[in-house]
Ligand binder design. Structure first.
Ligand SMILES: [Zn+2]
Length: 200
């Protein structure tokens, strides 16, 4: 079974080396929509694949980082990188170019890492990321599955090379969330308040 959660964010990027002069030479923005799909072959104690409420924590903060941010490739010129980092408060620097395809991979890798670091407390151990679909416009999107996220031929998406600006991190519930993830920390999950015994 698959469940899907929709996120929206407005972000700016430049897509280098593409055919469109507008896209490759000019910072421009999109109203992105991101569908995060989780799958499991069994249900948790609440008879869900994964409690949507739990996604309102680290995964929500991670997706919120993209909103009103300038998304740029670490291989931009030093001059470009410095200008963005100095004159735009919200930015994300990444190891791949911020195309819809690569953004879907970056989001897949980030959401997967955050879920993997989150303690499972309600029998939801089977839940995992199935895909990330990133809509850049009303008519065009990219969908990333696990094989795509881990395909080195598409570029390695190493969480340690995804950098969030201080202003982005300051708006997280825990500004050190990403640093903790990279250092191997575990995130706690609230236990369900009421437990109803299951029939044997
Ligand atoms: Zn674009």
């Amino acid at each position: 079974m698959i469940i899907r959660k929709l996120y929206r964010f407005e972000a700016a990027h430049i897509v280098r080396n593409c055919s469109s002069d507008r896209c490759k030479y000019s910072l421009h923005g999109h109203s992105f929509r991101c569908e995060l799909e989780l799958t499991a072959d069994r249900l948790d104690a609440g008879q869900m694949v994964y409690d949507f409420g739990l996604l309102k924590r680290h995964v929500k903060d991670f997706l919120d980082a993209f909103d009103h941010a300038t998304l740029f490739w670490e291989r931009e010129s030093a001059q470009f990188r410095r200008a963005v980092e100095r004159h735009s408060r919200r930015w994300i620097r990444m190891p791949v170019s911020p195309t819809a395809e690569q953004l879907s991979r970056v989001i897949f890798v980030g959401a997967r890492a955050l879920l993997a670091a989150t303690e499972r407390a309600n029998g939801d151990e089977a839940a995992r990321v199935h895909s990330v679909t990133l809509h850049e416009t009303d008519t065009g999107c990219a969908q990333c599955f696990e094989d795509d996220a881990d395909n080195p031929a598409m570029g390695v998406v190493d969480p340690a090379r995804i950098a969030f600006s201080p202003a982005v991190k300051a708006e997280w519930r825990d500004p050190r969330m990403w640093d903790k993830l990279l250092s191997g920390a575990r995130f706690k999950t609230p236990r369900p308040a009421v437990q109803i015994a299951r029939r044997a």
